[in-house]
Design a protein around this ligand. Structure first.
Ligand code: HPA
Ligand code: ZN
Length: 331
């Protein structure tokens, strides 16, 4: 008998590790580190998670991240997310981290990097979850600050596969970071960028042409430019779509109105991801379940999404193959 679809092996390609900070851990770490939070309970933290756009979320997300102080804090944060991965059949995950969110508070690169990477190593041996790490620059800060962050990361380059671009999109086009990304590629990093979440299709074009990205993070606004859709389809540039995030941040009003199925029908390489699971109401399995029911996806489409997640990953073709073969058994 065929296994249930809930056991599909999956890869996650768009998760901000700071966005996996659950309210329970936020409160516990605040206590452990003697930090005052503007909330008096876990319930009050959760109740504050009502957002009208990306910026209203980012304000709380950066405030929440301040409870992360020690190497152990970053280990605990990352380990909790990786345990979720194991429980939800996520076999491989490519994790964003935001150095500037921490180094601008005086936390050393070595501290957050060690905590995160030790948890990744333990997950490989103890949970069978493989991973890669993607350093994101905060685009609301200057290009010079991004370049300084890249330089801080160079001693750790063997553990970081790519650089990306996150935070407030509108008013901060990819072109602002062209020189930083040129340098990153020269240093051997792959590149990705958030584009077309709130920003226009032109930002997706810039990410492709100027930053030479391997994937577009979000990208749902590509449909406004037919020539761009044609290009993305022809080159099979993956979109790391985040359904629950898009509803929480009002990119779409309801899940039934989400364009994920339409993107698939257009022939785009679409993947499903959780973005900031502690803030948006679910991890990868909840994102899959939500689009499955709201968009009435077929079993074949769910398997396709899972296959896309490995095909779009930075695993080598040889590493991807066993997962794709396992997924063929579901068809
Ligand atoms: N968009 C941009 N920046 C972010 C996000 C997001 O969804 N999550 C964390 N940083
Ligand atoms: Zn994101």
């Amino acid at each position: 008998m065929r296994s249930p679809l809930s056991t599909l092996p999956k890869a996650e390609l768009h998760i901000h590790i700071e966005g996996s900070l659950e309210p329970e851990m936020m409160v516990a770490l605040a206590q452990r580190n003697g930090i005052a939070l503007p909330y008096d309970s876990v319930e009050a933290v959760r109740a504050a998670y009502q957002f009208e756009n990306l910026q209203s979320f980012l304000d709380l997300y950066y405030a929440g991240a301040q409870v992360l102080q020690t190497e152990q804090d970053f280990y605990d944060l990352t380990w909790a997310y990786l345990q979720k991965c194991a429980a939800q059949h996520v076999r491989h995950t490519e994790i964003f981290f935001d150095p500037q969110t921490h180094s601008d508070r005086g936390i050393l690169f070595e501290v957050f990097h060690s905590g995160i990477t030790q948890a990744l190593k333990d997950a490989k041996t103890q949970l069978g979850v493989s991973s890669a790490l993607i350093l994101c620059f905060l685009r609301h800060l200057s290009a010079e600050a991004a370049m300084a962050t890249l330089e801080q990361a160079l001693p750790y380059r063997d553990s970081i596969i790519a650089v990306g671009l996150d935070s407030s999109e509108l008013g901060h086009p990819p072109s602002k970071f062209q020189a930083v990304f040129d340098r990153a590629r020269a240093e051997g990093f792959l590149t990705v960028a958030h584009a077309g979440e709130e920003g226009p299709p032109d930002y997706i074009w810039e990410a492709i042409r100027l930053l030479k990205v391997s994937r577009i993070d979000h990208g749902v606004r590509c449909v406004e430019d037919p020539a761009l859709v044609e290009y993305l389809v022809e080159h099979q540039i993956p979109l790391t779509v985040c359904p629950l995030s898009n509803i929480k941040l009002c990119v779409f009003d309801t899940m039934a109105q989400h364009n994920l199925k339409h993107l698939m029908d257009l022939g785009l390489c679409v993947t499903v991801n959780s973005d900031d699971p502690a803030y948006f109401g679910g991890y990868l399995a909840e994102n899959f379940a939500s689009v499955e029911s709201a968009l009435e996806l077929s079993p074949e489409q769910l398997v396709q999404l899972a296959k896309n997640s490995f095909r779009a990953s930075f695993l080598s073709p040889a590493e991807q193959q066993p997962y794709v073969e396992e997924l063929e058994t579901y068809n």
